[in-house]
Design a binder for this molecule. Structure first.
Ligand SMILES: Cc1cc2nc3c(=O)[nH]c(=O)nc-3n(C[C@H](O)[C@H](O)[C@H](O)COP(=O)(O)OP(=O)(O)OC[C@H]3O[C@@H](n4cnc5c(N)ncnc54)[C@H](O)[C@@H]3O)c2cc1C
Length: 484
């Protein structure tokens, strides 16, 4: 069986790895991975500068979703897994140019602790009263149409919670807009809680109690109960000591070199009676199956002659673009930074920066002693125009916004970074807009009618690295199973 994989991002690489494992175990499968760029990895790309790990794209993955750590362990990277420094976890929101810490007890946008919510400077008195009254929110009937995250959050906690909480948190993840993102896809737990409990706060507290009860039962089973302690919670994020590039390099090393074709964009694909023909630089080659692991907008172009309706659905998935700017400083030149991992910037602040991570705090050991690394995230769905700015202009914007937000005494504009790195990611992040699940179901139905075709990547069922890995591996396994 011959399988073409189109796209060498993490999803395509995960598919190739799965096929390579099957091949090495004796399965009669051959694969070719086509990647348009000169390097593998798609959005995953790290650079090490004087011992500082600088991430152009993602810096870590959610520990809660197992597929990424599992793959790292399989690849022999267990010792390289680096937990986030959760003891120092504190995130700020910029409010009128000042940093205000997210109140303790906030879970998935839902306030669950009375005193920190009452005392925080993040919300006005009116919003706090609204948050208290939310406990009385009636359940919403199930089966209603999908809605935007902003509508869900506003109904429960008011417009200020959208502006200062939902929007900055989501734009820090998706580069997206809470007024467009689908509540059912992005916050499925909250949608379920609203149906069951009405109040999201009551729902979240009930879920938390259940989780603790389960953890206690598991601890008792494992003999922890005598000591009266629960096992330490898992870190929120996991990174790789040498950068996310380590995962890409380890995957690439497992593949047969002659199965990987870099700088080779697939220009067309066709379906025929025996399978698929894949055309590269005017040359057609036959394959029995295709894993389409390019972004949905690129898949839409390739699949247009095969299934115009499928192509239309794929091209309707919106994407956002983003920019990362890493700045390395000599810490001795800076004032004392506030504690924590960094800050998020609400759109209402009118700044270019969407978020900034204090890298040296979030992951210990990735930055040499005495250095501070700031990783700013810019652009997003509301500010695509920024992509055309020069590197120099982007670095200047970040330096001046850092100085204005953190204060002249901490990081004056005149202090030169030792190193600056700029990366642009055009149409890299799929946006799960309202109605995404229905669209994904229509896409799945059309794909099911095209034997030998599978889709994988961040456009379908999870934007993060673990989901892309899960979908890539699943696509490969399904094709192998169908051939048995
Ligand atoms: C700046 C940034 C920060 C992020 N931070 C995080 C994070 O911290 N944690 C997290 O879990 N996720 C994060 N994400 C999201 C995550 O990195 C992506 O969703 C994921 O890497 C997407 O992988 P993919 O394989 O689906 O797509 P991509 O990485 O986009 O790969 C698709 C590949 O297909 C290739 N291609 C396109 N057309 C063709 C063609 N015709 N022929 C051949 N090849 C083609 C492209 O060149 C590309 O390499 C971040 C993303 C970005 C951009």
């Amino acid at each position: 069986m011959r399988i073409a994989i189109i796209g060498g991002g993490i999803a395509g690489l995960a598919a190739a790895y799965e096929l390579e494992r099957a091949r090495a175990a004796g399965s009669p499968v051959e694969y070719t991975l086509f990647e348009a760029r000169e390097r593998l990895g798609g959005s995953l790309s790290s650079e090490i500068v004087n011992g500082a790990v600088l991430e152009r794209g993602p810096d870590s993955f959610l520990t809660e979703k197992p597929a990424a750590a599992e793959l790292c362990r399989e690849l022999g990277l267990a010792a390289e897994l680096l937990p986030s420094n959760d003891a120092a976890r504190k995130t700020y929101i910029v409010v009128r140019n000042r940093l205000v810490a997210l109140p303790d007890g906030l879970m998935f946008l839902v306030p669950t602790k009375l005193v920190p919510t009452a005392l925080t400077r993040l919300f006005s008195f009116t919003t706090k009263v609204r948050m208290a009254m939310e406990l009385l929110h009636p359940p919403r009937p199930s089966g209603l149409p999908d809605e935007a995250v902003a509508a869900l959050v506003e109904r429960h906690f008011g417009a200020e919670a959208v502006d200062r909480l939902a929007d900055p948190l989501l734009s820090g993840i998706y580069g997206g807009d809470a007024a467009q993102l689908s509540a059912r896809t992005v916050l499925p737990r909250l949608v379920e809680m609203e149906t069951q409990y009405g109040s999201l706060t009551r729902g979240m507290l009930a879920a938390h109690r259940q989780l603790r009860a389960r953890a206690k039962a598991a601890a008792a089973k494992n003999g922890h109960s005598k000591a009266g302690v629960l096992p330490a919670p898992r870190p929120i994020f996991t990174a790789l000591r040498g950068g996310m590039q380590q995962l890409i390099d380890a995957l690439a090393a497992r593949l047969r070199p002659d199965s990987v074709r870099l700088a080779t964009p697939v220009s067309t694909i066709e379906r025929n009676a025996n399978g698929w023909s894949v055309c590269v630089a005017g040359l057609k080659d036959h394959y029995d199956a295709v894993v389409m692991a390019s972004p949905a907008w690129a898949a839409a172009v390739l699949l247009a002659p095969v299934d115009p309706a499928l192509s239309e659905e794929l091209s309707a998935i919106p994407y956002s673009s983003s920019i990362t700017v890493n700045l390395v400083y000599d810490q001795a030149l800076l004032g004392p930074l506030p504690d924590g991992f960094g800050f998020l910037v609400p759109a209402s602040e009118g700044r270019a920066m969407l978020a900034c991570t204090f890298v040296h705090r979030k992951f210990l050991g990735r930055t040499p002693p005495g250095k501070a690394v700031f990783r700013a995230f810019l652009g997003g769905i509301r500010n695509e125009a920024l992509l055309t700015a020069t590197d120099e202009a982007l670095v200047t914007i970040v330096r001046s916004e850092l100085s204005e937000i953190l204060g002249e005494k901490i990081i004056g504009i005149e202090i030169e970074p030792e190193y600056a790195q700029v990366a642009r990611w055009r149409r890299a992040m799929a946006q799960y807009a309202v109605g995404h699940q229905e669209r994904a179901a229509r896409i799945a139905a059309r794909v099911a009618a095209l034997p030998g075709l599978r889709l994988a990547g961040n456009a379908y069922d999870g934007i993060g690295i673990p989901d892309c890995i899960r979908l890539g591996r699943q696509a490969a396994r399904e094709l192998l199973a169908a051939n048995r």
